[in-house]
Write a protein that binds this ligand. Structure first.
Ligand SMILES: *Cc1c(COP(=O)(O)O)cnc(C)c1O
Length: 730
């Protein structure tokens, strides 16, 4: 394949702006540091902010930009005089300064010849930091973690997403338990995002025709270590007021609106990259939302006079597609009229007929509709699911696209998702392992994973338990402070105080369950036998408590009903305050929850969970998982890292069987093992499992393994022009 022009690397941090004006000269580099989210997964960089003013650091919820705006100048002056602080500062700034240099990274040492190439990574959501709420759940967290791991490994990735200026909704739950969705727009002044101007000046970068009207697309950029993420928007003075709101909200339920957003992301994304002089060699689509990206690149080739079949082959050879869910709601399907209304007559500029254009995403001769996943399967030559089990499901679901070939011949592979260690392993655990390894603060980028796993297995029992108890204490402290503020500010109702965790005890076995309230995730499985649940929770000698959190999609009425049921149960005195529901689940709360509970619970209806990642996050903190054998657990469960709810026999109803097994494992295995210890001591069998949990996950389920897999088996073969794994769909 031809060598594209080298990509102009954006500065790792933009030049200091007026936000740095208050800073003492000796530590003025802090302003630049806050403009790159790299700090958010560096222990020593976080330590800097913590030392400057730990209360403000907590109250700004680790938002470094906001922190610097609010911090008292005297505090900065004082720290700038302290040798110990300055030593830490210099060490952080030295490492930050080295970011621009990729030499020495895993990618540079493996693939030096590919260093000047780039990989575009399109995703409708990115979870990078709490202060940038442009994600709804696991898909976004995965995209954010993918970018962070790419930075660590030196992989030349460029993220492209949308800047939803309205954010994803804030969750507030009424006294009746019904979720109300309120919007809290993103404030770009307390974020590390910067507007990117056209080379000739001005924020209006490229035009795009949407529903017959020309709309200008602009972009913001956020630096995630070495990786720039471009977030497109249409909220520009040069646009018609009606079009300025196009990108305001994530996953609106109106199909035409969503289609327009996907048109902006897919076609606009390619155009914005070109306008900025960026010409990626490989194009990776994280779920089908941005699949028009393939169509725009097809248009580019067709307009250059490349024949259709050759152009299609070229697009397929350089494109990767990751499908993320077997659940139908996760796959956008539109009518051809809707597609025509938004995109028409794009086919004219491509020089193909309308029917050929529609055929790319067509779901078949009867009931012809347009499906983004089908479009992606036709135009991406390398396709994967996100766990071994999900590959099998995907092959079965999408066989029809290949004319119903046997599932084994469907060219869909898999890369099991992972989680980013630097983001999800809590500081005290990281320090404990770092100490065992005798390495510096960023050991996870240097030490290989089997060495880390061995260190985890060798940890001292009592110390690990003490660290875990400390993390649990922190979670409970956080929960109580949140409850206190909400009680004072807007609930004024004691039942809600009890339901939000004020009665939780730090000495009781604590289960955690937090994720989107999609019904297949079955948050309510335990509630199908309320009496058995009550006996489990309120056992006077060996009580159990459960912490729930999660949002239902604003249009998901059944999901909201499940949430309501749990929310009301949390306030029901018969459970004695042993159930808590925490409002407004997002990554900051997730980080505290996965580290502070004792067991992570995951109950998807098999086979609907493609992978599931929150259990991996808990595992990175030594928290074992109890889960149905779905997604990653089908390959990750080893017997030393948690418990598996067995698959029901083929002729048995899954719900009652799963529920009974869930209770049985809790009653007979988890509770006895946890409480079998002396006061103030750890249970040897329990801590042994904690270590197994840590070891298995650091070795197999971090984004480092995941990204190395993508690079080795997807990106590099695409860059090298290797043969595709299978035939295109007919
Ligand atoms: C990890 C994460 C998820 C995904 O959790 P699953 O177990 O995969 O459903 C959702 N939301 C947040 C905030 C997360 O951190």
């Amino acid at each position: 394949m031809a060598n594209p022009a080298p990509v102009p690397a954006p500065p790792v941090a933009p030049p200091a702006d007026r936000r740095g004006a208050n800073l003492p000269e000796r530590i003025h580099g802090l302003a630049n540091l806050t403009r790159n989210l790299w700090w958010s997964w560096q222990l020593d960089a976080r330590e800097l902010f913590h030392r400057i003013d730990h209360q403000l650091w907590e109250s700004t919820r680790h938002n470094a930009v906001e922190f610097l705006r609010q911090v008292a100048p005297e505090r900065l002056e004082k720290r700038a005089q302290e040798p110990a602080f300055l030593e830490l500062y210099d060490a952080v700034m030295r490492r930050f300064g080295q970011l621009a240099d990729r030499n020495g990274t895993w990618f540079a040492s493996r693939y030096p010849e590919l260093l000047d190439r780039s990989i575009a990574y399109f995703s409708a959501e990115f979870a990078l930091h709490r202060s940038l709420p442009i994600y709804s759940g696991g898909l976004g967290v995965l995209a954010g973690d993918h970018c962070k791991a790419a930075s660590d490994l030196g992989v030349p990735l460029i993220g492209i997403g949308l800047y939803y200026q309205g954010g994803y909704f804030d969750q507030q739950i009424g006294l009746d338990g019904w979720q109300r969705d309120s919007d809290d727009p993103i404030d770009p002044t307390v974020n590390p995002v910067v507007r990117v101007n056209a080379p000739g000046g001005g924020p209006c970068l490229v035009p795009l025709t949407i529903s017959g009207r020309e709309v200008q697309i602009g972009t913001w950029r956020v630096m995630v270590g070495r990786v720039p993420v471009y977030l497109l928007d249409t909220d520009l003075d040069c646009n018609d007021p009606a079009d300025r709101k196009l990108t305001a909200r994530l996953y609106t339920s109106a199909p035409e609106w969503r289609l327009r957003q996907e048109w902006v992301l897919g076609v606009g994304g390619v155009r914005v990259l070109r306008a900025l002089g960026i010409n990626p060699e490989i194009w990776h689509l994280n779920e089908g939302h941005a699949a028009f990206m393939y169509v725009e690149r097809l248009r580019e080739l067709l307009q250059k006079g490349v024949p259709l079949s050759t152009a299609e082959h070229q697009i397929r050879a350089s494109s990767v597609f990751t499908t993320h869910t077997p659940v139908p709601a996760g796959h956008d399907v539109f009518t051809t009229e809707q597609v025509e209304q938004v995109t028409g007559p794009f086919w004219n500029t491509m020089g193909i007929a309308r029917d050929q254009f529609m055929g790319l995403g067509n779901t078949g001769p009867t009931d012809p509709r347009y499906e983004m996943t089908v479009l992606s399967l036709r135009l991406a030559g390398r396709v994967n699911g996100v766990s071994a089990r999900h590959r099998e499901e995907s092959r079965r679901i999408w066989r029809w696209v290949w004319g119903n070939k046997p599932a084994a011949e469907i060219p869909i592979g898999y890369v099991t998702n992972g989680v980013h260690l630097g983001t999800w392993m809590a500081r005290p655990i990281r320090n404990l392992i770092g100490e065992a390894l005798g390495d510096g603060p960023d050991w996870e980028t240097r030490v290989d994973s089997s060495t880390i796993a061995a260190a985890a297995r060798g940890l001292d029992d009592d110390r690990l338990w003490a660290v875990h108890e400390g993390l649990r204490y922190l979670l409970f402290h956080y929960i109580r402070e949140e409850a206190r503020h909400r009680w004072r500010d807007y609930w004024k109702d004691p039942a809600k105080l009890a339901g939000s965790g004020a009665l939780l005890s730090p000495n009781v076995l604590t289960l955690g369950f937090a994720r989107r309230f999609a019904t297949y995730k079955r948050a309510d499985l335990l509630f199908r036998d309320p009496e058995r649940l009550r006996r489990l929770l309120t056992n006077p000698r060996r009580p159990v408590q459960i912490i729930f959190a999660g949002k239902a999609h604003p249009a998901d009425e059944p999901g909201k009903r499940v949430l309501q049921r749990i929310f009301m149960a949390a306030q029901d005195p018969t459970f004695e305050g042993r159930i808590a529901f925490l409002e407004d689940y997002e990554i900051h709360l997730a980080q505290r929850m996965v580290a502070g509970v004792d067991v992570w619970v995951n109950l998807p209806r098999v086979p609907l969970e493609a992978c599931g990642t929150s259990g991996m996050k808990a595992a990175l903190n030594g928290v074992p998982q109890l889960s149905t054998l779905d997604g990653w657990w089908a390959e990750g469960f080893t017997g030393e890292n948690g418990w598996a709810i067995p698959l029901p026999p083929p002729d048995v109803e899954p719900e009652p069987s799963d529920m009974d097994n869930l209770f049985r494992i809790l009653e007979n295995e988890i509770v006895p093992r946890y409480y079998d210890r002396l006061p103030g001591k750890s249970s040897a069998a329990w801590v042994h499992m904690m270590k197994g949990t840590l070891a298995v996950t650091v070795e197999r389920f971090t984004t480092r393994q995941m990204l190395q897999n993508y690079v080795t088996n997807y990106y590099v073969p695409a860059a090298a022009g290797e043969a595709l794994p299978g035939e295109p769909p007919p």
